[in-house]
Write a new protein. Structure first.
Length: 219
């Protein structure tokens, strides 16, 4: 464990190194942010967004919660999406899950998890939606891995359901929504190949929040 006092020593050294490499670094950083990415990921301490993506401060707007869930009634996630899409005009929205996710595993235990129940129910709902596919996987680890992937896809769909994303895509042609999974066992990020246009078209049959006729993806 890193002792508490060590954090300030580390920070001082980091700031000093940055200044040495680029004297204007903090002046520039303090001015504004123009990130191209909104990253929605898990709070898990082993999955730091900017580190695994190899990007710098200012490159990615980050929202993290337990098990990277985009719940329809969650004002916190909704605010992050709204701000990133409408104000920052990000070009890409990334939902990034990870294998060995404690939140996903907790959701699959038949147990009363108290205050966590309504949150983890979002993952149990994903399981219910894809029960046949998941139950056909006999090995438990492989089943969890697949649930992690399917949950990311469902959270991507929840992002596409938002008015901010639909309006922005119709007006500007972005953001596009991507589903990724980080593998803690290899350090590699996998793109799940979520077909953004197909999802948008399907979603707009029911969740069209723009005045435009669907499918906007054909524009
Ligand atoms: Zn997790």
């Amino acid at each position: 464990m890193v002792p508490y006092d060590q954090i300030f020593e580390n920070n001082r050294r980091w700031a000093e190194t940055r200044r040495q490499h680029d004297p204007q670094y903090f002046a520039r950083l303090a001015k504004d942010q123009r990130p191209d990415y909104l990253y929605i990921g898990c709070s898990d301490s082993r999955v730091p967004a900017d580190v695994i993506m190899g990007v710098e401060p200012g490159d990615v707007f980050v929202h993290r919660n337990v098990a990277n869930i985009v719940a329809n009634t969650d004002l916190n996630t909704a605010t992050a999406i709204e701000y990133a899409v409408v104000v920052l005009e990000v070009k890409h929205v990334i939902v990034c899950g990870h294998y060995n996710c404690g939140g996903v595993q907790a959701a699959m235990r038949p147990r009363d998890m108290g205050i966590l129940n309504p949150w983890l129910r979002n993952i149990r709902d994903v399981y219910r939606l894809h029960k046949d596919e998941l139950n056909a996987i006999s090995e438990e680890g492989a089943r969890y891995d697949r649930l992690v992937e399917l949950s990311v896809v469902e959270q991507c769909i929840n992002v596409v359901k938002t008015a901010a994303v639909q309006h922005s895509y119709l007006k500007r042609g972005y953001p596009r929504v991507h589903g990724l999974v980080f593998d803690l066992r290899t350090g590699i990020i996998k793109d799940l190949g979520v077909n953004f246009e197909d999802h948008l078209r399907a979603i707009q049959e029911i969740y069209n929040l723009t005045d435009a006729p669907w499918p906007v993806g054909d524009r």
